[in-house]
Design a protein around this ligand. Structure first.
Ligand code: ADP
Ligand code: MG
Ligand code: ZN
Length: 189
């Protein structure tokens, strides 16, 4: 019945916060099932993994509809909590349908994902989830250039593809001003 969203740029602690909520739910003896798109193979294929090393086992699914299939196959009804990591990567129409379906169940769905891509364009899935959510937490990272709160994800590589899986090798957290400058200051000097 409830939807929660944890969003923000890369390195803002979305995954840590998702794992924290899952851990708390388990202390309360709630049943939790966690999922992520299999495209996110950074660190681990079978767990939700934060940049700081925290891990939580999950199902890696190719399509968002697989979430419902896995829940059904287990034959234990809907869990108390469905956690979905990196939700921006799922196909839009399917994501909307699955989220609306989950919302009709006695399940709390916690969505974690990037609010914007490297170009500053919002991700549709996260916008949609924010719109119907009971609770939205928008986290910020620390700007690697100036130390201010970072709301943007800066891509260091030249690629213009919307999705490019990477880490600090390709991405940096930046405040809006430092992100707007587009060229890494350190390299420009
Ligand atoms: P997200 O899922 O939002 O990408 P994670 O939860 O995986 O973030 O990781 C957050 C952690 O990343 C922080 O606790 C910190 O240890 C580390 N980190 C690395 N770079 C930064 C940064 N620029 N700002 C804040 N935290 C950072
Ligand atoms: Mg993350
Ligand atoms: Zn800055």
């Amino acid at each position: 019945m409830k939807v929660e969203v944890i969003c923000g740029p890369m390195f803002s602690g979305k995954t840590e916060e998702l794992i924290r909520r899952i851990t708390r739910a388990k202390y309360a003896k709630l049943r939790v099932l966690s999922f992520k798109p299999s495209i996110d193979s950074r660190y681990s294929k079978t767990s939700i993994a934060s940049h700081s090393g925290a891990r939580e086992a999950c199902f890696a699914v190719n399509q968002v509809e697989d979430i419902l299939d896995i829940i059904n196959q287990r034959g234990q009804g809907f869990p108390d909590i469905v956690a979905i990591e990196e939700a921006q990567f799922f196909e839009q129409e399917g994501f909307k349908n699955v989220l609306c379906y989950l919302r009709k169940q006695h399940t709390k769905t916690i969505i974690a994902g990037l609010d914007m891509d490297f170009a500053g364009v919002p991700f549709e899935n996260i916008i949609y989830a924010m719109g119907i959510a009971n609770r939205v937490d928008k986290l910020s990272a620390v700007c690697v250039e100036c130390g201010a709160d970072a709301t943007m994800t800066y891509r260091k590589s030249d690629s213009n593809e919307r999705v490019e899986i990477g880490e600090t090798d390709i991405y940096e957290a930046r405040c809006y001003g430092c992100w707007q400058r587009k060229k890494p200051l350190k390299k420009a000097m």
